[in-house]
Ligand binder design. Structure first.
Ligand SMILES: [Zn+2]
Length: 290
């Protein structure tokens, strides 16, 4: 996969959590791997049909802090096995590892390497192609997750942090600024670094410009959310609809990102648009180069 990234932009899938929440009342979408695996499988298939090269396991919150009395290793392994069912040639599975929800000064924080180990070993044994440590807001937690992934597997590792734009620039909700976060991601030695979630497609273009300046030779992955949702009646409406994102996706491609997908609120319809724009823009670039 890393070899392929040298010559090709890969399209990742869109949201898993917000899409599964539309289909079920289960408040932890990871439980659906056990209770209704067909829903998870169908979502993966919808993303592949929309043109995604990468699908992400339904394992974001598979850790003992968020899910009690569950065998985390088995749950994570199952999430990878469900993705395996729809994976076809030249497609890749990224094993999702989200934050535990603990803060570095929480008492239980000292246990998180054991928590990540259960999740990451399950994903590895289920046959994922890479580990994706995503939506990180604390550099300390990201470092621990990374170290576990590096020691427990031989897989390529992507780390992406979640930033929002404040009057002091981009920051995570854990208080880390963009510059020190990029530095921390690079210092880890992750093959792929980047950003996911956050404000939406428009702000992500500003973030990518900054990321690109500092990223050196690491591959860049971004998964913007579909903006900040508004609750209308009982539905969450995300402002960045599929028909509004084309110009931003074109900009990401021209800025030189390597992997693009979507986070909260994005759907297979968004991925269809991203696929089209990525193909169109890279063809244009090739035509200019000749
Ligand atoms: Zn998100």
């Amino acid at each position: 996969m890393l070899e392929l990234l040298k010559s090709k932009i890969l399209v990742s899938d869109g949201a898993i959590g917000t899409e599964l929440l539309k289909l079920s009342n289960e408040k932890n979408p990871e439980i659906l791997n056990l209770k209704k695996p067909h829903l998870v499988e169908r979502l993966h298939a919808n993303y592949i049909n929309a043109g995604a090269d990468i699908i992400t396991t339904n394992s974001f919150g598979a850790n003992p802090v968020r899910l009690k009395d569950i065998n985390i290793y088995e749950l994570a392994k199952t999430s990878a096995q469900i993705a395996q069912k729809v994976k076809t040639e030249n497609k890749f599975i990224f094993g999702s590892v989200g934050p535990t929800g603990l803060k570095p000064n929480d008492k239980k924080f000292k246990n998180i390497d054991a928590y990540f180990s259960e999740q990451i070993c399950g994903l590895n044994d289920g046959g994922v192609d890479a580990i994706l440590i995503e939506t990180m807001i604390f550099i300390e937690e990201m470092k621990i997750a990374y170290k576990v992934a590096r020691t427990e597997t031989k897989l390529p590792i992507a780390v992406t942090m979640s930033f929002h734009l404040t009057k002091n620039g981009f920051q995570t909700y854990g208080g880390a600024d963009l510059k020190s976060s990029i530095k921390a991601m690079l210092n880890l030695g992750a093959e792929i670094i980047g950003a996911n979630c956050g404000n939406g497609f428009s702000e992500m273009t500003i973030l990518v410009e900054k990321l690109k300046l500092d990223a050196k030779e690491a591959f860049i992955m971004i998964k913007p959310s579909a903006g900040i949702p508004k609750r209308i009646n009982n539905d969450l409406i995300y402002p960045d609809a599929p028909d509004k994102i084309s110009k931003f996706v074109e900009k990401f491609v021209n800025l030189g990102i390597n992997i693009i997908g979507g986070c909260c609120g994005t759907t297979p319809e968004h991925i269809k648009v991203i696929r089209e724009i990525v193909d169109k823009t890279t063809q244009k670039q090739k035509a200019w180069a000749q």
